[in-house]
Design a protein around this ligand. Structure first.
Ligand code: 2P0
Length: 331
């Protein structure tokens, strides 16, 4: 049975996240079930604000992203909204207005904050009371990393075992204030990447000779990161995070054709962070499917790390942020 939405409008903020133990590859592309679990941190300073207004006079959804109507991105957004509509019992189309306060599609997880905000705003506008686990599953259907962005602090995404994806969801491990960390993001390129994460990981699964081992040897990394977070053991978290990052990129680089997301400044930043760490500074690097380097450090090391990476030639800007909360209702 369908009914007209009552509230019809809502605005929310969802933050971006970076995975420390990476997600790369899908067990089921149609249901967007990941092949591996992941563990991430939610970033306070990088967010998507999304307003949704359901409007019975529309015959199709409309999407405005950063002030520009994006018909090219609408399909993916509408498919995710269709899942919310089916569960909430409405057929109304929606205006979706979304703003990122950071570069879109450049390896800063704009799809994570974007789809988390989308399902958060849509369920709020429809007054559809969706439990966190179910909301996380809806966000996952939009983008795997979005399932994590609904929650603050340290978050684990479970790959699950069920063929229908009903146990593939994210949940919080530790709240942001319980272990403050700083993240410095070295922006080395602001344009959108040539190959997105979704197509990239599909190609890796098909062609990388290392992909099978990436999946096979992944679970111990989740255990190590979970233990390190529970013990607030920075050095152990640093070891497993850097390793997971490099293993993910080894799968990407060994894809046919190769997915080399790095540029020269990416490598120089990575080496700068390694040198700092070798000197005893509590910092480690991670890099997603893009050329930006994220340096994660204890708050007391932030200024040393900033100085070290902002002087790397090719670094255009350094963003600094702490860990942030989960989904927030704005009005
Ligand atoms: C991660 N990435 O764990 C990894 C590391 C990129 C590198 O999750 O196809 O945009 O939408 O489920 O979520 C980016 O992948 O992929 C990502 P889809 P998504 O953060």
């Amino acid at each position: 049975m369908t009914s007209s939405p009552k509230l019809v409008q809502a605005k929310v903020r969802a933050r971006s996240n970076i995975a420390l133990v990476k997600y790369w590859g899908k067990a089921d592309a149609a249901l967007n079930i990941p092949a591996v679990g992941s563990i991430s941190i939610t970033l306070d300073g990088l967010w998507t604000d999304t307003e949704i207004r359901f409007d019975d006079s529309l015959n199709a959804d409309r999407l405005v992203l950063n002030g520009t109507e994006r018909a090219d991105q609408l399909d993916r957004v509408s498919r995710c909204l269709d899942l919310v509509r089916a569960q909430a019992g409405t057929e109304s189309k929606a205006w979706v207005t979304s703003e990122n306060n950071f570069p879109t599609g450049a390896g800063l997880a704009s799809s994570a904050s974007g789809f988390a905000a989308l399902v958060g705003a849509a369920t709020a506008a429809l007054e559809f009371d969706c439990p966190p686990r179910e909301l996380s599953i809806l966000a996952r259907r939009g983008s795997g990393s979005a399932a994590r962005s609904l929650f603050g602090g340290f978050v684990e995404m479970h790959k699950g075992e069920a063929a229908d994806g009903s146990d593939s969801f994210a949940e919080p491990l530790l709240a942001a204030p319980d272990w403050p960390l700083s993240v410095l993001v070295a922006i080395t390129e602001k344009s959108e990447k040539a190959v997105g994460s979704g197509p990239g990981m599909a190609l890796s699964a098909q062609t990388s000779p290392f992909y099978k081992d990436w999946v096979t040897f992944h679970p111990p990394d989740l255990d190590a990161a979970r233990d390190a977070i529970a013990a607030r053991d920075f050095s152990a978290l640093a070891d497993v995070s850097e390793w997971s990052c490099l293993k993910m990129h080894a799968s990407a680089m060994s894809t046919v054709p190769p997915l080399l997301y790095w540029n020269g400044a990416t490598v120089d930043c990575l080496n700068r962070v390694r040198a700092l760490r070798a000197d005893g500074v509590p910092v480690f690097f991670t890099i997603d499917a893009g050329p930006q380097v994220k340096a994660v450090c204890l708050p007391g090391a932030e200024e040393d790390v900033r100085r070290a990476i902002e002087s790397v030639p090719g670094v255009r800007e350094v963003l600094a942020t702490g860990l942030g909360p989960g989904l927030e209702r704005l009005e």
